[in-house]
Design a protein. Structure first.
Length: 588
């Protein structure tokens, strides 16, 4: 069947069958409905007239059903991923519908492993990659220029009209921008189009170039002030891209003919027009946050950098409306928000800024609802005897409690949140008890050390005894406990001396033990050679000594007590004969 489908797809340009998917379904999964379609095609009843197109049609129906099932499963799983925000989910669904290979591959991996965390992480990286890839539209760029007071509303409409009319200069500028991503060059070109297309009039007609005192040093309008509707030049009359190129001869001729009188007259130096938020990145909003006063408009007309950024992030769906509202409320006063804006001004990373502001929003959620958390959940738990320590954690902004509340904000599972608070309270009590025990132990150790030094200073304890005692020794602690009740100094000193002597007896140097064992083995070998026994008996005894034979060890212990050398040698002879006899039996 697969070969038939490949043959059909090869000879039908409009086929476009998903052959890889069909190969998996047919050869790997042996899909029953596809096999049923093939059986219907190859049945004896249809041998005289086998309709391959009908089978392909049936295959397409099966694939459509499978695609719908896959999409339903994908939608259900993705909508449940907590790491993805609504605008992320919308973009992911769009990519899935478009058949994006990265998204489809991530879903196939999930179908095999069913790891939601891995799926969410992969999809989030795909979303960020796609947003960085996307270039802004001309309309959004012109709109941003209006917001930055580089264009009037009328000039904005005129540029869009030229773009719709396929003006050569506009088309060339946009195509160049898509290639080199040079936003500053695009803005330069758009401002040149505004000037040369006569989009500076205020009465609805084309106007000549403005007088010299309204021109900047570069020949651009200082600050467009007219916002009435104007009629742009026709696409034929509008300048071409070659004329707008500052290095072209046509451009030079035009400047010398039009502005020669202006350039010959001395004029006060004027600052070149600012490009506001426009940089050389792929997005006109990617370099927001420049210094205040970077535009030609009066400072009081320009919104704060923080508020402008928040508006841009909302328009690009990098912030939700709730996040935008709360962050806008604190935009002027919150030092953390100002720090995030300053960091963005240095990095121009809009995604990183959105992530930082999202985290700040979580913190603001906690701070805004701080008193509500206390009254709604902590106080009732304290009344039930389950909230010990929660008030301290709440007042100290404990990160575990903050994390639990933020999870509750997202999933609204109050039962889970209360359960987490209860477990935090129990953990706090346990930690407090452990800390108290450790503090008590440290205080008791200090008191014992002070008492030992006092006894040594009074001549009750010698230096050797003092060095042999440990303040954490349970026997020393018990001795001082008894002293607290009896106040008998003599008994305390006697007990401490006994503890010190026991400790010294227990501390035996390992080298001395090894030397003692070596000496005992040498003495045993000396006794073995004095036994006057056959060589095989000597060899058996030497092996028994090396193996630490329990009988030999017991004989040694008895000899060390009664020092009866004859009895000891007799025992060694019997051990030797026993060992040799056992060896012979084994060999037989």
């Amino acid at each position: 069947m697969y070969n038939l489908l490949v043959h059909w797809d090869t000879h039908h340009n409009a086929g476009n069958l998903p052959l890889e998917k069909l190969e998996t379904l047919l050869l790997g999964q042996e899909h029953p409905q596809l096999h049923q379609a093939f059986l219907a095609y190859s049945s004896p009843s249809s041998a005289t007239h086998r309709d391959l197109d009908a089978m392909v049609h049936q295959v397409r129906r099966v694939l459509a059903v499978l695609a719908q099932q896959t999409k339903s499963s994908f939608t259900r799983v993705v909508n449940q991923l907590p790491l993805l925000k609504p605008h992320d989910i919308a973009l992911i669904h769009e990519l899935f519908t478009q058949g994006n290979e990265l998204v489809l591959a991530a879903w196939e991996v999930y179908e095999l492993e069913e790891d939601k965390d891995e799926l969410a992480d992969t999809l989030l990286r795909i979303v960020r990659f796609k947003r960085q890839q996307a270039s802004p539209s001309l309309e959004s760029i012109c709109r941003e220029m209006v917001e930055r007071h580089l264009l009037t509303r009328a000039q904005y409409q005129g540029l869009l009209a030229l773009w719709e009319a396929k003006n050569e200069a506009m088309v060339g500028a946009v195509e160049a921008f898509h290639v080199d991503k040079d936003m500053r060059e695009l803005v330069d070109t758009l401002l040149l189009v505004v000037k040369h297309a006569g989009l500076t009039g205020g009465d609805g007609t084309l106007s000549p170039p403005p007088p010299p005192h309204h021109q900047s040093a570069r020949g651009f309008p200082d600050s467009p002030a007219h916002d009435s509707v104007v009629v742009p030049q026709s696409p034929e009359a509008a300048p071409s891209l070659e004329e707008l190129n500052p290095l072209s001869p046509k451009h030079s001729t035009q400047r010398s003919g039009t502005f020669s009188s202006q350039e010959s007259q001395p004029s006060a130096p004027q600052s070149p027009p600012s490009y506001g938020t426009f940089g050389t990145l792929t997005s006109p909003t990617a370099s927001l946050g420049k210094k205040a006063g970077s535009t030609t408009s009066p400072p009081h007309d320009k919104p704060s950098d923080a508020q402008s950024l928040l508006d841009v992030l909302l328009r690009q769906s990098l912030l939700t409306r709730a996040q935008h509202q709360l962050l806008s409320h604190v935009a002027r006063d919150d030092a953390r928000l100002r720090a995030a804006v300053s960091a963005y001004s240095a990095s121009n990373d809009l995604c990183a800024l959105a992530q930082t502001l999202g985290e700040l929003y979580d913190v603001l959620q906690w701070e805004t609802n701080h008193d509500t958390i206390l009254q709604t959940w902590i106080v009732p738990l304290e009344g039930q005897g389950k909230g010990d320590g929660l008030r301290r954690l709440w007042a100290g902004h404990d990160p575990r409690m903050m994390a639990a509340y933020l999870v509750f904000v997202h999933d609204h599972d109050e039962h889970e949140f209360v359960d987490t608070l209860t477990r935090l309270a129990a953990l706090y009590v346990q930690e407090a008890s452990t800390a108290a025990d450790q503090a008590d132990g440290q205080e008791e150790a200090k008191q014992i050390a002070s008492s030992l030094l006092a006894l040594h200073s009074a001549g009750k304890l010698s230096q050797d005894v003092l060095e042999a005692l440990r303040v954490d020794d349970p026997r020393v602690v018990a001795a001082f406990d008894v002293f607290e009740s009896s106040q008998d100094v003599s008994d305390l000193v006697d007990t401490l001396n006994r503890v010190a002597s026991t400790g010294r007896a227990d501390v035996v140097d390992s080298s001395d033990v090894a030397a003692s064992a070596g000496a005992m083995e040498k003495q045993l070998l000396h006794f073995v050679y004095e036994l006057d026994v056959p060589a095989e008996d000597v060899a058996a005894l030497k092996q028994a000594i090396a193996d630490h034979d329990p009988v030999v060890q017991a004989a040694v212990e008895v000899f060390q007590v009664d020092r009866d050398e004859d009895d000891f040698k007799d025992t060694l002879r019997r051990v030797a004969r026993h060992k040799v006899g056992s060896t012979e039996l084994v060999q037989e």
